[in-house]
Design a protein around this ligand. Sequence first.
Ligand code: FMN
Length: 359
Amino acid sequence: MFYRYVLKPIFFAFDPELVHDFMVSVGEFFGKFALTRWLIGLMYGYHGRDIWKTVDGITYKTPFLLSAGFDYNARLMRILPCIGLGGEEIGSVTAKPCEGNPRPRLTRLPKSQSILVNKGLKNDGVEAVIKRLKDHVRHGLFGPCRTLSKPGFVTGISIARTNCIDSVDIQAGIDDYLYSFRRLNEENVGDYYTINISCPNAYGGEAFITPELLEKLLTALGTIKCLKPVYVKMPINIPWSQFDSLLKVIDTHKLQGVVIGNLNKDYNSLDVRSEAPAEYRGGLSGKPCASLSTELIRKTRQAYGKRFTIIGVGGVMSWELAKEKFDAGADLIQLITGMIYEGPGLIRKLCVGYSKEKR
Ligand SMILES: Cc1cc2nc3c(=O)[nH]c(=O)nc-3n(C[C@H](O)[C@H](O)[C@H](O)COP(=O)(O)O)c2cc1C
């Protein structure tokens, strides 16, 4: 209620990127102190019955994760566990630091419960993110466990190719992914990795969403020793035949699973089409992603049984919409836009819904 009637009207009166940066700074600050973590936990934490879930050998305190793109520079790892999240996907990180696309990078489309994202993979680069993750460990902010993250709060790391003219060339793009993947494995940071092949708003487009080029990319990544689960973040605007051909490549390379999926490029999916004129740039998050991603989750589960771990993401604005994704075959759920429109209290609602369902 406080978020919906007090904070949201204030936030929505300002530029979305400004609000995002402000919230990340506030979240990072609150994460530093036991008192603020306790207070946020009291307000927004999930205190119900146990809903831990183990997927690919990793135990998530709850099956709900913050999706890639919100905490792209790894600054919120201390505060996010307090609001009922079982993990987060940091990034997408790229080999080189990246300024992102020219502003505006984010536009709210409130009538359609969506955000037009034209961020263009803005991030500090893989080395800065590795340093931040290792500093967390050095300062004792995470307990001892199998990897660097706090037990029960999982940190996945999403990897994309740097959004610049130099990495448009296919081999240069592969080398870019390879650099980040190698460095993350060398430094042993993160619990799982996601290869993001479906960023719709970067130089060179989604080059690796053809089976031939995905094959090339995964062959190159396969030369690096990796003991953690690896997932591929899938596009949602391609026909099933192409989607399936990508799944076959992922299967051949013995990766653990897929994240379904990324932003929606089809502006006709908006409830109110006029909210995003054609000259706008970027992909749609939120409600326009919901049914497209759920259908792809269902088809993947039907076609491949238990072969793949499926992380379902796109338009989870309520427990009912999360349940649709679980019912379709998702093992875990990620979200961003639902949290922006409904507030952090949405996570507790998802946890409560899940715990009732599992009773
Ligand atoms: C502000 C913003 C930035 C995003 N940046 C990334 C990114 O860097 N990498 C990525 O794989 N997905 C990115 N995404 C896509 C989300 O991870 C997610 O797939 C998509 O928003 C659908 O989920 P949602 O409807 O819950 O927001 C971004 C989404 C938003 C809203």
